[in-house]
Design a protein around this ligand. Structure first.
Ligand code: PEP
Ligand code: MN
Length: 265
């Protein structure tokens, strides 16, 4: 496989421009709300990122919701507004693309296209993202194996797009005490098998706000190249995933701990 270390020994470095990378040897910190909600919220999160030297902001404008009645995001208009505010502050945008028709319209406003867990094996979407010259982050499928995640990455890589990042976000197991089971085993295994950078999403991985920091730090120690977690100015009022979202004080502390842990690794 092209994404395997056997084919390419040198770690892949994903360059987002302006000196911002996701790559082995650095620790990417990515935070932001589950959903982009309002202009005030965007401004608050961007300010939080700037204050804490966080260069990448996450958020969904197209939301894959388990219920059709739940908030589905602000769409392209929300992304344009977000891009205007974030780019002025030098912050890069990580956001989910749900279908092929969105790739082109999102292109001017996105720095990393996120492929969500539910779309992890949407092979049409992966084929089309292989033709794009912007970074793609693929999340592990809800019940996806490590091998299936690598096969999904292979679709994009073999299509010609080598700006790829893998993301462990927890898998569905028999355990119901947590939202998902964060598979930390996947980190050293993916790092050994593939030259691609690997990041961990402890928010979806455990789904419980109070335990996100320790799982984030466990992710750092397991060898991840970055952590992506959800934060919001008032998590209790978030339109989605508030129960696993940190407030800004918690987020500021965690960002510091992530960097300190990485230094110690
Ligand atoms: C998200 O990042 O908010 C999200 C929907 O994640 P996942 O696809 O991992 O469920
Ligand atoms: Mn979410």
């Amino acid at each position: 496989k092209l994404v395997s270390k056997k084919w390419k020994a040198k770690p892949t470095s994903v360059d987002l421009g302006d000196g911002i990378f996701i790559k082995e040897g650095e620790m990417a910190v990515i935070t932001g709300p589950c959903s982009i909600e309002t202009e005030e919220q965007i401004r608050a999160v961007v300010a939080h990122c700037v204050e804490n030297d966080i260069k990448m902001m996450r958020g969904g404008v197209f939301k894959p919701r388990s219920s059709p009645y739940a908030f589905r995001g602000l769409g392209l208009e929300g992304l344009k507004l977000w891009h205007k505010i974030a780019s002025e502050a030098g912050i890069k945008i990580v956001t989910e693309v749900m279908q092929t028709s969105q790739i082109e319209e999102m292109y001017p406003y996105v720095d990393v296209y996120q492929v969500g867990a539910r779309n992890s094996q949407n092979f049409n979407l992966l084929d089309e993202l292989g033709k794009v010259d912007k970074a793609v982050m693929i999340k592990r499928g809800i019940s996806g194996t490590i091998e299936e995640l690598l096969q999904s990455a292979e679709y994009v890589f073999s299509g010609g797009n080598e700006n790829l990042i893998l993301c462990e976000r927890g898998i569905r197991t028999y355990e119901r005490a947590s939202r998902n089971t964060l598979d930390l085993n996947a980190i050293p295994i993916l790092k050994a098998k593939s030259h691609l950078p690997v990041i961990v999403d402890p928010s979806h991985g455990i789904g419980i706000r109070a335990y996100v920091p320790q799982m984030a730090l466990a992710g750092v120690m397991s060898g991840a190249d970055g952590i992506i977690y959800e934060s919001h100015e008032v998590p209790e009022k978030a339109y989605s995933d508030g129960q696993q979202t940190l407030d800004f004080a918690q987020s500021a502390r965690l960002a510091g701990w992530i960097r300190e842990s990485f230094e110690m690794r």
